[in-house]
Design a protein around this ligand. Structure first.
Ligand code: UD1
Ligand code: CA
Length: 463
């Protein structure tokens, strides 16, 4: 079998983004642009993937890790110069090298596979992947001779008026005979409008040497789009999101308005789950079947089992077990573990806490650093006071216990099974089995208090 290698160009800064972050690291649907490219080329099972890095090299490496090898391009002197940096790693290899730009996140493995197949079928030395652009401005143009054979690629800034009118453009993806590629790269000069060493010049060089050049025209121009500006970033995000949302709908998920639902690429969702508009599902979130996610919810890196309902709430790094519900307007922070059939109502915050099955935390409560058993009732406005200014302390509440409203549970403390905390109690000591803790000032009624008021004799106040 012919050896396959891949080179991904990702050294440029991306000046037109006007960003402190290097262009290829801008995220699209939860994954940096260049990581989308790597993800797709990996599906070709190439022998080697080499990413050309330069700007923010360490950050690009940190994102891609050991999925690829790296070649460092110190100065970005052009795409041809970029590929040449892989020479010491690749030049001895036989076979085919696919080159792709690291700023084109929408290409699919399927398209790359078609390009490979066509390149082999044509027995070409170089095959360029082309598309028809509704507006070709900015792209390299594919110049063909009278017989329709590709003779060269001309960059926008070097194009004659006639060439600029060509609407077949270079998508920035190519297959090359590896050895021919590196031999030709040494012949590329920077004698052009941008003073750069263009990879695209390899086509003309090989052609002049009599090599067979092919072009494979893909149907979807949109898939080939590269991100050079923030507007293009938004457009690529829209297209990627549409692709992701279509996949979930094909899997049996209801999206009430797929144009207003934001789901990161790694999120998993079970069938018959319904997602209302203006929902964000981020990171490594996993959602079960028959869940209902209401509008204005943001769920990040969380796991929801089946039949969970989330209403306008924010979840991060949390677990909601089967048939539990939350909201509106509540917040699960990291390590909140909400048990089966649990009800978390409105305006509650839960952090680093395990809430046992069927327990209810209905209104306006903070539960931090606590373990609550099963069938516990936490009254309105209860606060687990976990922080003493130095460290976080843990509270335990046993099964079937009842915490009255407005209780303050000052940790560390243990409230046993089947015990009670009276409303407005500040718990500072452990509460034993079957006991009731009550700690609040006794009420006194000041009789005839009214008479002490300055208005006591004012007829207007005595009507
Ligand atoms: C390039 C092509 C153009 C094609 C377009 C498709 C060239 C000369 N032009 O233009 O024909 O239509 O892609 O998207 O190749 N990079 C490096 N090192 C460098 C320069 C660039 O690694 O020295 C990387 C960039 O980070 C980027 C990619 O190469 O990921 C493409 O560079 P960019 O400057 O965006 O090329 P285009 O002008 O889009
Ligand atoms: Ca580009």
């Amino acid at each position: 079998m012919t050896a396959k290698n891949v080179v991904i160009l990702a050294a440029g800064q991306g000046t037109r983004m006007k960003s402190k972050l290097t262009k290829v690291l801008h995220p699209i649907c939860g994954r940096p642009i260049v990581a989308h490219v790597v993800d797709q080329v990996k599906q070709l099972a190439p022998q080697r993937i080499i990413t050309i890095i330069g700007h923010d090299a360490d950050k690009v490496k940190a994102v891609l890790g050991d999925q690829t090898e790296y070649a460092y391009q110190k100065e970005q002197l052009g795409t041809g110069h970029g590929v040449l940096q892989a020479e010491s790693l690749l030049s001895a290899c036989d076979g085919i090298t696919l080159v792709a730009n690291g700023d084109a996140p929408l290409f699919t493995a399927r398209t790359f596979k078609h390009l490979f197949a066509y390149h082999q079928q044509q027995d070409a030395v170089a095959t360029v992947l082309t598309a028809t652009a509704p507006n070709p401005t900015g792209y390299g143009r594919i110049v063909r001779d009278l017989d329709g054979n590709v003779t060269k690629i001309v960059e926008q800034k070097d194009a004659t008026q006639e060439e600029a009118a060509i609407d077949e453009v270079n998508t920035g993806v190519y297959c090359f005979n590896n050895k021919a590629l590196f031999a030709a790269l040494h012949k590329v000069t920077n004698n052009n409008a941008q003073g750069e060493y263009y990879l695209t010049d390899v086509i003309e060089i090989l052609k002049r040497e009599g090599a067979k050049i092919a072009a494979y025209r893909m149907h979807s121009f949109a898939e080939s789009m590269n991100v050079n500006t923030r507007q293009a970033l938004a457009e690529a995000t829209r297209l990627m999101q549409a692709r992701i949302n279509a996949m979930h709908m094909d899997n049996g998920v209801t999206l009430i308005d797929p144009t207003n639902t934001y789901i990161d690429i790694d999120v998993k969702i079970g069938a018959d789950t319904v997602i209302e508009p203006a929902v964000y599902l981020k990171g490594q979130t996993v959602i079960g079947e028959d869940c209902h996610i209401g509008s204005f919810s943001t769920i990040t890196d969380s796991t929801l089992e089946d039949e969970v309902t989330v209403t306008s709430s924010t979840l991060e790094n949390a677990i909601m077990r089967k048939h539990s519900n939350i909201g509106p307007n509540s917040h699960l922070r990291p390590k909140a573990d909400i048990g089966e059939d649990v009800h978390i109502g409105n305006f509650c915050e839960i952090k680093n806490a395990q809430i046992g099955a069927r327990t209810k935390v209905g209104h306006l409560s903070y539960v931090g650093d606590a373990t609550l058993g099963t069938d516990v009732n936490v009254g309105c406005g209860t606060i687990f006071i976990n922080y003493d200014g130095v460290k976080k302390n843990h509270a335990d509440v046993g099964d079937h216990s009842f915490i009255g409203s407005d209780a303050n549970i000052i940790a560390p403390v243990k409230i046993a099974d089947h015990s009670f905390v009276a409303a407005d109690t500040t718990v500072t000591e452990d509460v034993p089995y079957h006991a009731m803790a009550i700690g609040r000032a006794r009420q006194t009624n000041k009789l005839d208090y009214w008479k002490k008021l300055p208005v006591a004799d004012d007829p207007a106040w005595n009507e």
